[in-house]
Design a protein around this ligand. Structure first.
Ligand code: ADP
Ligand code: MG
Length: 420
């Protein structure tokens, strides 16, 4: 009994090692490692036979042999075959001839019948086939031994039959165990692959979201151009702003392409905060008009600068103002306020819209969180990450049915000389 357990252990142990070397790596030499590991297992099985009945070794070496052959391929099969014969020869005794007959028979079946088709079998077939093979090989081994030396079948029938069963069961268990480990690994790889696909689709969604912003704005301008009695000066301003926005759409696309690459060198420049806020307010004007929203500016600073990427900064504010305007379906007021305190510039975007519950606030900035039918739930996420990149922070205050205030504070940059 003890030795049976030792045999089973030494058959199962290589499977664990197999997992380490075979599954987890793309090792060039994995078949060599496999051959060595299973050879050791074979030799240990033969050294600690379950019983030794008048020179006939009852051990589980053939399980290691079959496993190594089926999962390592033909070369491993031939190598393990040689190991069995050499080692059996080294141990000595007439049993060598039995081993020769058994292993040659197994090798032929493996090489010509099993190995070529094995990987196409279902798990159930794999277990059934290998169990049958090992059970049968034990019986054949007894018959050939009896034919040659005429003693083994006199051994207690309990011993013989329990060996056949033990060998077959251990084989089935080993295959099940191994296949289980392989399936876990396949699942892991699948998961990794899915994860990659997911980030790809997130990327695509965010690109289309960001491009939609300038398109909506441009659409607003064009709609205004259609209104009757519009003077030339206004017409030109609208046209210019439309063109600017279309350019923005284009640069966003190219920006995202650079985002896709690991490291981005975005150009940082000193931004005059009131100029940029004016720009954004102008850009949002038509969209606000469409929704009956009036935009109010309260700029309490002059000639203050922050360091950042201009396009990204615009994108951040446009995303937030767009949300603010969208929250005021029945019209309202959007206030842009700029103040300065302790070398920090504070921007406040206050709307009189539907507001948010505390659960909604908590989920802000989480990708794909949206309450809109056609929303993407990326606007705030992008805005938050841009503020973070500018070493700023962002706070949200909101009351249901009263309105929302986004407060962004960004460190002031003092070196004005650069901007002149
Ligand atoms: P989207 O605008 O595509 O829905 P966002 O990330 O821009 O995605 O916004 C996520 C959600 O946060 C919105 O669906 C909206 O419910 C809520 N939200 C954002 N800003 C405001 C705001 N100023 N007032 C009310 N709700 C807002
Ligand atoms: Mg949005």
């Amino acid at each position: 009994m003890e030795n049976l357990l030792i045999n089973i252990l030494f058959v199962l142990l290589p499977i664990l090692l197999f997992q380490l070397f075979y599954i987890n790596t793309d090792l060039k030499y994995k078949n060599i490692i496999l051959a060595i590991v299973f050879s050791i297992s074979i030799m240990i099985c033969m050294n600690f036979p379950i019983t030794n009945y008048e020179g006939h070794l009852f051990d589980l070496r053939y399980i290691a042999f079959v496993l190594g052959a089926l999962y390592g391929g033909k070369k491993v099969a031939i190598f393990l075959y040689c190991v069995i014969l050499f080692y059996r020869f080294y141990i000595g005794g007439a049993g060598f001839y039995i081993a020769f007959i058994d292993s040659t028979l197994l090798l032929i079946i493996l090489l010509f019948l099993l190995i070529p088709k094995y990987q196409t079998y279902s798990l159930k077939t794999k277990i059934n086939v290998t169990m049958a093979l090992l059970g049968l090989s034990a019986i054949i081994s007894f018959i050939s031994c009896h034919t040659l030396f005429g003693f083994i079948l006199h051994a207690p029938i309990v011993l013989l039959s329990s060996f056949v069963v033990a060998q077959a069961l251990t084989m089935g268990l080993s295959v099940y165990f191994l296949e289980y480990l392989i399936s876990i690994d396949t699942m892991k790889k699948q998961l990794y692959h899915n994860e990659k696909l997911k980030s790809l689709s997130e990327m695509a969604a965010s690109i289309s979201h960001e491009v939609r912003n300038p398109l909506t704005v441009t659409r607003g301008f064009i709609q205004l151009l259609k209104s009757p009695g519009i003077d030339d000066e206004k017409k030109n301003t609208y046209l210019d702003l439309s063109l600017q926005e279309l350019d923005r759409a284009e640069t966003i696309i190219s920006d995202y392409l650079t985002f896709a690459k690991p490291h981005v060198n975005v150009d940082l420049e000193l931004l005059n905060i009131t100029d940029e806020m004016n720009y954004v307010a102008n850009v949002m004007q038509p969209y606000a008009l469409m929704q009956n929203v009036s935009i109010k500016k309260e700029f309490l600073v002059k000639d203050s600068y922050i360091l950042g990427n201009r396009k990204q900064f615009h994108q951040c504010l446009i995303n937030l103002s767009k949300n603010a305007i969208e929250s005021m379906q029945n019209g309202g007021k959007l206030v842009f306020k700029v103040t300065k305190e302790n070398k920090k510039i504070t921007l406040k975007l206050t709307d009189t819209g539907v507001g948010m519950s505390s659960e909604q606030i908590a989920r802000l900035g989480v990708p794909f969180f949206t309450n809109k039918e056609k929303g993407t739930g990326l606007g705030t996420m992008v805005a938050f990450s841009i503020v973070k990149a500018m070493k700023g922070d962002i706070k949200v205050n909101s009351k249901m049915n009263e309105g929302t205030t986004f407060t962004i504070s960004i460190p002031e940059s003092v070196s004005k000389s650069k901007t002149d």
